[in-house]
Design a protein around this ligand. Structure first.
Ligand code: LIP
Length: 286
């Protein structure tokens, strides 16, 4: 298997941009939409629609949460573009794009099991993980009532407290987060990869929200995370939080973290997980 061409350097942000201000707006948006998701959750949540399969569900609250996020942006950042999981792409003129996941972990929200989160990020460049520069982001874990946030070059915080770099655990004693797609063929392929990982690590957790998984690695509650098939909105804010906490966020074979594969962890151990995933061709096939 050949290595991917080195990813093109992402565009450097305009030095005039107020990255701290963008982070603060992302935090406000994620927490306000999180309050709507929390307070508006009915006793019994109904499936409003399905997407890639019968188990890839959308609820009315996914749409309501994104509508709220978009209303805030229409007032605060009317010239920026938007890419949302439910509402798709809205063009802008500023060169900035807000990448929104109104509920990351929708199945968890449907069943009332945590975590599920509102994820808000703002990027420059194409809204494509292989080509963007994430400037700021926030992930609000609704049942956990906690918010991670980061601004590029300014570090990452959990509820305002800085996330300090931690030493890497050995692979054999690492707790690893992962996730699975919604289509049976993809899940079968992911199970085969899991069979290569599980015997080599402490244990695996499938929590159900990529955004929270990435933030938990940043906080040290997970040692490593990998997943194939993430959408831009699943990973935009959580990947910045992880990077600003000193972690490596990458793809395989020298590629950037993308839908093909996203791996996050501390230097010294993440490379071992990348090798296992490369040997298993975890970024290939279904
Ligand atoms: C979810 C991700 C999760 C993944 C699920 C799903 P959603 O996002 O956060 O990591 O394993 O299949 O993609 O669909 O709840 O926004």
């Amino acid at each position: 298997m050949t290595h991917a061409p080195a990813p093109a350097p992402a565009p450097e942000p305009d030095p005039a941009l107020d990255l701290a201000g963008l982070r603060d707006l992302a935090v406000r948006m994620a927490t306000e939409a999180g309050a709507l998701v929390r307070d508006g959750r009915p006793e019994r949540v109904e499936v409003a629609a399905t997407k890639s399969s019968a188990v890839d569900v959308v609820t009315r609250m996914d749409a309501a949460s994104e509508e709220l996020l978009r209303r805030i942006l229409a007032t605060e950042r009317p010239d920026d573009a938007v890419l949302g999981e439910e509402g798709g792409s809205t063009a802008g003129t500023s060169g900035l794009t807000w990448v929104l996941d109104p509920i990351d972990g929708t199945v968890n929200y449907l069943y009332g099991v945590g975590p599920y989160a509102v994820s808000v990020a703002v990027v420059t460049g194409a809204p494509d993980p292989a080509r963007w520069t994430v400037l700021a982001g926030a992930v609000h874990d609704v049942p956990g009532a906690r918010t991670w946030s980061a601004a590029r070059g300014a570090g990452a915080t959990l509820d305002g407290a800085p996330l300090a770099p931690r030493p890497a655990a050995e692979l054999a004693t690492s707790l690893v987060g992962t996730g699975f797609g919604y289509v049976a063929e993809r899940r079968a392929a992911q199970a085969r990869v899991l069979a290569q990982v599980l015997p080599r690590v402490r244990d695996v957790r499938r929590l159900g929200s990529a955004a929270v998984d990435l933030c938990l690695v940043a906080s040290g509650a997970l040692d490593l995370y990998y997943e194939r098939g993430l959408n831009p909105w699943d990973m935009a804010a959580g990947a910045l939080v992880a990077q600003e906490a000193g972690l490596v966020v990458t793809g395989l074979r020298g590629a950037s973290a993308t839908a093909q594969m996203t791996v996050a962890g501390r230097p010294g151990t993440v490379e071992e997980l990348v090798r296992i995933l490369e040997e298993a061709d975890a970024d290939q096939g279904a």
